[in-house]
Every structure is written in C-alpha cells, then in structure tokens.
Design a protein around this ligand. Structure first.
Ligand code: NAD
Length: 366
C-alpha cells in the first residue's frame, strides 16, 4: 500500500491554506511514524500558465500513484467574464474527479459550538445540526453534452444520469445512514426532470435493502428552503452533482463560514480531500483566509484514506481548542469577538499546530 499524498495547492488562497493542511499531515506522520511521502503538482490556472493545460499529465500520474490527494482550490478572475476562453482552471478539477473515478463527494456539515454566533442563522435553529451530504460528483449537468452556437444566440448544457451512477452513490449514502440516525433525504426535481425521476426510482428500489432507514424524497427548491428553516431535520442528504454543489454552499452557513467546511471525494482507489470553498481571489495574498476547512480536510484524509480515526479526531479537537480559546479568522468573527483575537491564516494555523502538540503530549487522543 502506498503512503504517498500528493498536494495540489492550486490557485488564489489555495497555496495559503494547503500549507497548513500539509503541516498537520507532516506532523501527524512524524509523530506516528507513518512514513508519508509527499509530492506536489499543478492544477488550475497555475497549471495553465505553466503548461497550457489545467490538468497536466504529470499531475494526474502523480495523483494516480497516491493514496490520497489534498487539494486547495482552483480558479482565477481573469476567466470569469470571458466566455471566449475555452481552456479554464475548473476543467482541471472536473477532469481529475473523472479520471480518479471520484463519484462520491462527502461533506459533513456541523457547527462548532463556539461559532454559533458567526452564522447568519439564529443560534436556536443551528444548535445540534449535523448533516452528512452525499453529492454525486462525476455525472449530471457538469459532464453532459454542451455547446454554444457560433452566433452566440443559443447555448445548452445537458443533464444525464445512468442507473449505475445513481446506484453506487445511493449505496454509500444508505450505508452511512445505517451508521448514523437512519434517516436519508434524497433531493431531486422529479416533478420536472427525467433524470430526477430515474434518481427517485433507483433510491426507492434500493431502500428495500435498508428497511430500517427512513427515506424522504424532497424537491431541491424545497430542500433549499428547509435547510435554513430547520437544518436539524436532516441527517444524511443524497443528491445529484449540481444540486449538491449549490445546497452545500448554502449549508456552509450552518457551519458559520465557507472557510470551515472540508470535503472528501471518493470512488475507486485514490481519495481527494479539499475545502469546499474556491480560490477566493478577493482575499488572496492578504493572510486572512481561513485555513481550518483545509486542516479539517486533512483530518478527513487521515480518517478515510488511512483509517486513522483517532488522529483525525485529535485534529478536529485541536481546531475546537483554538476556537474555545477565542481565536478567529475574520470570516468567523462576530460582533463580540475582540479585535485582538481576530488573527491571520498563519497565526491560526500555528495555534492549531500548538493545540495538536499539547493534545498529543497529553495523549488525549479520543
Ligand atoms: P469562493 O469560495 O472562492 O469565495 C466566496 C466568498 O467566500 C468570498 O467572499 C471569499 O472571500 C470567501 N471565502 C472563501 N473561502 C474562504 C476562506 N477559506 N476564508 C475566508 N473567506 C473565504 O467562491 P467564488 O468567489 O464564487 O469563486 C472564486 C473562484 O473559485 C472562481 O474562479 C470559482 O470558479 C472557483 N471555485 C473553485 C472551487 C474549487 O476549487 N473547488 C469551488 C468553488 C469556486
């Protein structure tokens, strides 16, 4: 079994936040003699600049020979308002997901108690919310046939799903529901879309194998509303690619900030772990990005790719310790946070490393 972890820092704040995800992995590796081997690769805008390709073959080969990949973010503002650009950073992300067969994106959404005031939602609505999202990642409208007419008067994107694509992620979601509160919301748009009718059919069929799991089918527009009306009604949420993309950004408010949410993408052998936020060009290079989502992604990486659950829990608790001590990056500060406690990317990263060391020295692993 390889112990190789490839770091794809990417664009914008990607390098600033992955630096801390990497430091945490290196530290855990050294402490527990894991012999992790680290490699690095280019993806996104930085890869286009260097090679003309948002996912150079060299990067893909490195990832294919790894056990896990830690990714920062891709994206650059120079592409945002220029539809004529046919080579784009985000293509690197879509292609790596497809090439590594990462069909399931897992996004745990919960709030650290200390951050309840940082969310735009009321504390009484948030307290106790704990959702596990399963977003399909290699199918649907982001991968369907698309085009734009030469006169730019018509454009189309198509949404397509095969039964097997729905089955394999549905099985993972049911298995997770069995280990949690045995409740699964399948989110679709079956009143309008054929792909959603197929989706609903598959989920219904597979639910027979899991009679203990309560299955609730919900339309995506209703789910968007219910998520912020009463997030505690959800346990496991299963949904298609684009719906999951949008809903999990919305759900980031349940955790206080986009800067707090990790994710895992799994499928075949290699797992890819990344914060759910983008490259945040508006705050790049200012040492104000929140690295905690990336640090928590490193915890997910250890848990899922290396089965190091205790070590992963220790990282999560170290993050909690730092928040309990009152430290905040700007995005998770609220009106009650003293100015002196609002610190930068590197400072909060250093605090987490220190908290991790203290926890491990005390052997308070669980
Ligand atoms: P974004 O997630 O980059 O930023 C949205 C807002 O959240 C911004 O105000 C940003 O400053 C803030 N934010 C994001 N991450 C933060 C962090 N760690 N700490 C503090 N604040 C944070 O989304 P966007 O602005 O819509 O997109 C910017 C670029 O990122 C685009 O090019 C987009 O295509 C790309 N993108 C990439 C990914 C990815 O790599 N997985 C995901 C989403 C968007």
């Amino acid at each position: 079994m390889t112990n190789k972890i490839t770091i794809l820092a990417g664009d914008g704040i990607g390098p600033e936040v992955t630096e801390w995800g990497l430091k945490v992995l290196q530290y855990i590796g050294e402490r527990f003699g894991c012999d992790f081997v680290f490699d690095q690769g280019l993806i996104g805008h930085c890869a286009i600049e260097a090679t003309g390709d948002p996912l150079p073959t060299e990067t893909l080969v490195k990832c294919q020979s790894s056990k896990a990949v830690l990714l920062g973010a891709v994206g650059h503002p120079s592409y945002d308002y220029d539809p004529s650009k046919t080579i784009r950073p985000e293509q690197g992300l879509l292609r790596i997901r497809k090439a590594l067969g990462l069909y399931t994106n897992i996004r745990p959404i919960k709030i650290f108690d200390e951050l309840i005031g940082a969310s735009s939602l009321k504390p009484e609505i948030l307290k106790g919310a704990d959702i596990l999202f399963f977003r399909e990642l290699t199918g649907g409208i982001y991968f369907g046939e698309r085009g734009i007419s030469p006169d730019q008067l018509r454009a189309y994107d198509t949404m397509e799903y095969n039964r097997f694509e729905i089955e394999r992620i549905t099985e993972r979601a049911f298995e997770a529901a069995m280990k949690r509160n045995k409740k699964l919301h399948s989110v679709d748009k079956a009143n309008v879309l054929d792909t959603s009718r197929l989706w609903r059919d598959v989920v219904q069929e597979m639910s027979k194998k899991y009679p203990e799991v309560e299955v609730i089918h919900m339309y995506v527009d209703n789910a968007a509303m219910q998520l912020i009306r009463d997030p505690r009604q959800f346990d496991v949420v299963l949904t298609a690619n684009m719906f999951g993309d949008i809903l999990t950004d919305e759900a980031s408010q349940i955790s206080g900030s986009l800067g707090m949410l990790p994710s895992a993408s799994v499928g075949k052998e290699v797992g890819l772990f990344e914060p759910i936020h983008g490259s945040a060009p508006d705050i790049t290079g200012q040492n104000i990005a929140n690295p905690l989502a990336t640090i928590l992604s490193s915890a997910l990486l250890l848990d899922i790719a290396f089965d190091m659950k205790d070590e992963a829990d220790c990282i999560i608790k170290a993050v909690d310790d730092v928040l309990k001590d009152g430290f905040r990056t700007r995005d998770i500060a609220d009106s009650t946070t003293p100015k002196s406690m609002i610190i930068g990317t590197d400072e909060i990263g250093t605090e987490v490393m220190q908290a991790l060391e203290v926890r491990l020295n005390q052997a308070v692993v669980i």
